[in-house]
Design a protein around this ligand. Structure first.
Ligand code: SF4
Ligand code: SF4
Ligand code: SF4
Length: 414
């Protein structure tokens, strides 16, 4: 059996109908291979039929599994239009060869109307909607191309999806503003009906000599002088945020609300590798396919230095399994410094995402910007995780922790 890999498709590349201050993808146009066509922002060109067909055919053929997962992201994938996705479904059916095909779509929600909802429901898409909490937080950074607020449009999309029974979850970017308000953000997300929550702390760096306020993209290992963008999440505050949400969740919502990081922790405490790449030992199994068929090592590493090849010129399986990609994957563990190697939470954290390792250590390695937060979170949840693992090993539902949480907290503070 060939090693499995996952692709995240960017059918519209960096093009988006929003202009979020912290977006790390809008400026990719400056970094792509020379000679690539660069459309104007308002033309919203998308993956050609030739690339779409090759992508779907090769991706299904390259997976030796009965289920193939397609993930559509951006930029904003819905700007490719409904017809593009109808075509994608046609190709998936044509090349499925008896395999089950699942689709997920990450969107800012602005274009989601009734037609989209009917389509998404009909084809069982799982929709991830980006929302940064209540209006005052969301509208701070998530603005339209014209600088207008977008919260009301996103909420309208969520209501529409609920009416059409489209399955959705939420992705909340934690930044310097909403990170101070864990209870408000968590209550809000539960209130709008989200039962699967992803919190993504934003950590971006800017070239010091860049003549723009925007996060001029710079690949993490670059030796150019750079500084942390002001909207980035503070490491310690990230820990405070996740602990506050956890304390509420563990008393009221276990089994009803899924918070991705809590699931990852429980999986690690149970003795398995976390489902999320940032907490796994190695990288390299989640690549990006760009609009023109170019493959890159990872969504966080779409830079010329991490270009793997184009699927119209070479077979996707070969591109995904070439030694340079394996080396990219292994570097995550190889580059760990002493602090991580000796850390009691290495089994659950593995040093986090290499993109976030930006602080120089004395041993020549780099420490994750979020390390203080990870440590605080993992230390705090440790006794609760021990309890839930015990329940799971005894074939009991871990939700019983809700009755034990106060006692565990008392013991932990004694
Ligand atoms: S919606 Fe997503 S892709 Fe578009 S600008 Fe915002 S963060 Fe970037
Ligand atoms: S570089 Fe970061 S986002 Fe990419 S695979 Fe590794 S951990 Fe995941
Ligand atoms: S908590 Fe910090 S020291 Fe420990 S493995 Fe994670 S990044 Fe490394």
């Amino acid at each position: 059996m060939r090693p499995p890999f996952h692709l995240m498709a960017k059918p519209t590349s960096y093009q988006c109908n929003l202009d979020c201050d912290y977006c790390f993808y809008l400026e990719k146009q400056h970094y792509f291979q020379k000679g690539q066509e660069r459309p104007k922002k308002d033309t919203f060109s998308h993956m050609s039929d030739e690339v779409l067909k090759a992508y779907i055919k090769q991706y299904i053929q390259s997976q030796d599994t009965p289920v193939v997962e397609f993930a559509w992201q951006g930029g904003e994938p819905t700007t490719a239009g409904l017809d593009f996705f109808k075509k994608a479904i046609q190709y998936q059916r044509r090349f499925a060869n008896g395999k089950q095909i699942n689709n997920s779509l990450q969107t800012n929600g602005v274009l989601i109307n009734d037609d989209w909802c009917r389509f998404l429901k009909q084809h069982n898409f799982l929709v991830g909607i980006s929302i940064d909490g209540p209006k005052e937080f969301h509208d701070h950074y998530r603005l339209s191309q014209g600088g207008k607020p977008t919260f009301d449009k996103v909420m309208a999309a969520i209501e529409r999806m609920k009416q059409h029974k489209v399955e959705f979850n939420t992705l909340t970017v934690l930044n310097d503003l909403n990170i101070d308000h864990p209870h408000k953000v968590y209550q809000f997300l539960k209130g709008i009906g989200s039962t699967f929550l992803q919190f993504i702390p934003i950590v971006e760096q800017q070239e010091i000599r860049a003549d723009s306020d925007r996060a001029m993209l710079i690949y993490p290992e670059s030796t150019t002088e750079k500084k942390l963008m002001p909207f980035s999440a503070d490491g310690k505050k990230y820990g405070d945020f996740m602990v506050a949400v956890f304390d509420e969740w563990v008393r009221k919502d276990v089994g009803k609300v899924y918070v991705q990081m809590f699931d990852c922790a429980l999986t690690a405490w149970y003795g398995h590798e976390a489902p999320l790449c940032i907490f796994r030992k190695e990288c390299g199994k989640g690549m990006v396919i760009e609009r023109n068929g170019d493959l890159y090592s990872c969504d966080h590493y779409v830079y010329p230095e991490y270009y793997l090849g184009n699927i119209l010129e070479e077979d996707m399986s070969r591109l995904a399994n070439q030694p340079v990609q394996s080396a990219f994957g292994k570097a995550k563990a190889d580059d760990l410094g002493i602090a991580c190697k000796c850390c009691e939470f290495r089994f659950a954290c593995n040093g986090g995402c290499p993109k976030h390792r930006i602080h120089d250590n004395a041993d020549g390695s780099r420490q994750n910007h979020l390390c203080a937060g990870y440590k605080k979170f993992f230390r705090h949840v440790s006794p609760y995780m021990d309890y839930m693992v015990k329940e799971l090993r005894s074939n009991r539902a871990p939700a019983s922790i809700m009755y034990a949480a106060d006692r565990i907290a008392l013991q932990a503070s004694a």
